[in-house]
Design a protein around this ligand. Structure first.
Ligand code: AMP
Length: 566
């Protein structure tokens, strides 16, 4: 049996969670976390990476595809076995407490006798068991996963059970997001914030960043860079208030057709090709033709290119919904490949035998043109024109042409801008024909009346603030046909945590793209804003909760829209 005397106990991490949860002040949370990371670094540096991830309730780095694969049903079953009560009772408790962690804590208080003989859990033990769970696949995997979870929970105190269960469901709820953690790493190891920010942007690995920060300081972090095989978050676009102003501000703009499909980052490592979505999910298996096209179009090398995949019929793009049928598909791929043919438009290159993301965009585009052999109709480069302050009509012409061809609008890109992963800056702007939309998460809803009494007819939507805390913004009840309402019912009901009359609260998971006529200030919603005439455009299963829009974006859109309407 390994000597666990000097290893850090899980209860020390639990104390940190509780302390962070007990304050709403971001600076306090940051200091608590910074002190803890420093202490771990001094006492038990080999677990610093793990603690860093666990402090956000994560087990794997963002780029990793590993997941636990435990849903709330299986978790409730494990709790019921450990505590010795029926699953119904766990469900009731969960409904009363409003979240799985609080429910587990209450239930675990009942198994007092066994805690007397309990060996304390170490942070490593908790982490190793969770990793083991993720590693299980194949026959009887659900049973095997539950056995490990049961073993882990049977050594847990009520408070530990609260956080283990929340970590399993990836909902830590202590009000700490990546922003706070980045500040804490910078404070703990005395590193400029921008250096932490950039190294994280390039590696997507908080644990690695903390470890290198402690061991090698600023210079070590500055050496970290992106690598084919590990996806990075995509650079995001803002709304252009007016194309002429944008072109003026940029000096000149490289304008491109904006294709409405699924954004992909394609990584080549020699002969191996991997395709990731903007959620950093590997979808290579589902769309084998894209790998074939890439192998024909780009010579084997180490590269990262980016583009948009759309579905076309006789050269015209068709509805976005078709593409969602392709990207997550596990079966009948050959049939769908025939029925729903894909076209890839490449528009950027982040790596070509070495990182290229710091090169100005115009040079990256030139490189892309050099390394890609276009395959007409299958793999193309985005259509691009140059618009100067003297020739702004170039942008307008491309916009009109793009709309005529059935695309969304255009992008206006700063020719001198580097590629900044994960940031929504002013270096890449969009101009769409249809009004702007927002990606929002459903946090609750209200059942209908009369014929619609069995479905949720109105949804409460939220965006996120800079600490990844959700803030409500609006109710939406328009834009959903009966079929979608039924689909939403199936998706929503397992997520319900509280029911009061017709009103429900839900685990935030379903993301809706919502159009609206206007953003208005409103004290009624937590964000301080609301939407006039919101309409659901589509359910965005291709986005994850981190991708939803932010309060900051609403503020900037509110300002921009004011300018446009003036
Ligand atoms: P939006 O999703 O409305 O914020 O618009 C930005 C998205 O447009 C990007 O995330 C890409 O998926 C997509 N897009 C389509 N065409 C292009 C292009 N030529 N350059 C960059 N992004 C594009």
């Amino acid at each position: 049996m390994p000597d666990t005397k000097n290893e850090m106990k899980y209860e020390e991490l639990v104390e940190l969670y509780e302390a962070m949860d007990s304050t709403t002040k971001r600076l306090e949370k940051t200091s608590l976390l910074a002190d803890f990371l420093k202490m771990v670094g001094d006492q038990d540096p080999k677990i610093l990476a793990v603690v860093t991830l666990l402090s956000l309730g994560r087990i794997f780095p963002t780029w990793s595809e590993e997941e636990l694969g435990i849903g709330s049903k299986l978790l409730m079953k494990a709790i019921s076995l450990v505590v010795g009560v029926g699953v119904d009772e766990v469900e009731d408790q969960m409904r009363d407490s409003g979240d799985i962690g609080a429910a587990a804590q209450e239930l675990f208080k009942r198994k007092v006798q066994s805690t007397l003989f309990r060996r304390s859990l170490t942070i490593s033990k908790v982490h190793q068991n969770l990793v083991k769970i993720a590693d299980i696949s194949g026959g009887r995997s659900q049973y095997k996963k539950m056995e490990i979870l049961r073993e882990l929970l049977s050594s847990a105190s009520p408070q530990e059970a609260k956080y283990i269960t929340r970590t399993v469901l990836e909902e830590l709820r202590v009000g700490v997001g990546e922003g706070t953690l980045k500040d804490a790493i910078s404070q703990a190891f005395i590193i400029p914030k921008e250096v932490v920010e950039r190294s994280l942007m390039l590696t997507n690995d908080l644990g690695l960043v903390a470890e290198v920060a402690r061991e090698e300081g600023t210079a070590g972090l500055q050496k970290l860079t992106l690598k084919p095989g590990k996806p990075v978050k995509p650079m995001l676009a803002q709304l252009s208030p007016n194309y002429r102003t944008t072109i003026q501000e940029m000096g000149y703009a490289l304008c491109e057709t904006k294709y409405d499909g699924v954004r992909v980052q394609i990584h080549g490592e020699g002969d191996e090709i991997n395709i990731f979505t903007r959620r950093l999910e590997n979808i290579s298996q589902a769309i084998p033709e894209i790998t074939e096209y890439i192998k024909k179009a780009i010579k084997p090398s180490d590269f990262i290119v980016e583009g948009e995949i759309i579905v076309t019929q006789e050269g015209k793009p068709i509805s976005f919904q078709y593409i969602l049928q392709r990207v997550r598909r596990k079966y009948e791929i050959d049939r769908l490949r025939e029925e729903i043919p894909l076209t890839l438009y490449l528009f950027d290159v982040l790596y070509y035998n070495q990182p290229t993301l710091d090169e100005p965009f115009k040079d990256r585009r030139r490189l892309l043109e050099e390394i890609v052999q276009v395959i007409p109709g299958k793999l193309e480069l985005s259509k691009q024109v140059k618009a100067t302050p003297e020739t702004p009509e170039e942008a307008l012409d491309l916009f009109n042409k793009s709309i005529e061809e059935g695309h969304e609008g255009i992008m206006l890109k700063d020719p001198y801008a580097p590629y900044t992963p994960g940031l929504r800056g002013k270096k890449m702007l969009k101009w769409k024909a249809t009004p702007e939309t927002l990606d929002l998460v459903v946090v609750g809803g209200t059942y209908g009346t009369g014929k619609r009494a069995h479905v949720i007819g109105s949804f409460l939507l939220a965006l996120q603030d800079e600490n990844n805390q959700l803030k409500t913004l609006a109710h939406v009840a328009t834009g959903l046909d009966d079929k979608t309402l039924l689909e939403l019912k199936e998706m929503s009901e397992p997520l319900i945590t509280l029911k009061e009359g017709r009103r429900v609260e839900m685990v935030p998971s379903i993301i809706m793209e919502v159009a609206f006529s206007e953003i208005v200030k409103s004290p009624e919603y937590e964000s301080g804003y609301s939407l006039r005439f919101p309409v659901v455009k589509r359910i965005r299963t291709d986005l994850s909760i981190e991708d939803i829009d932010t309060v900051e974006r609403i503020e900037s859109m509110f300002q921009t829209m004011k300018i446009i309407s003036e």
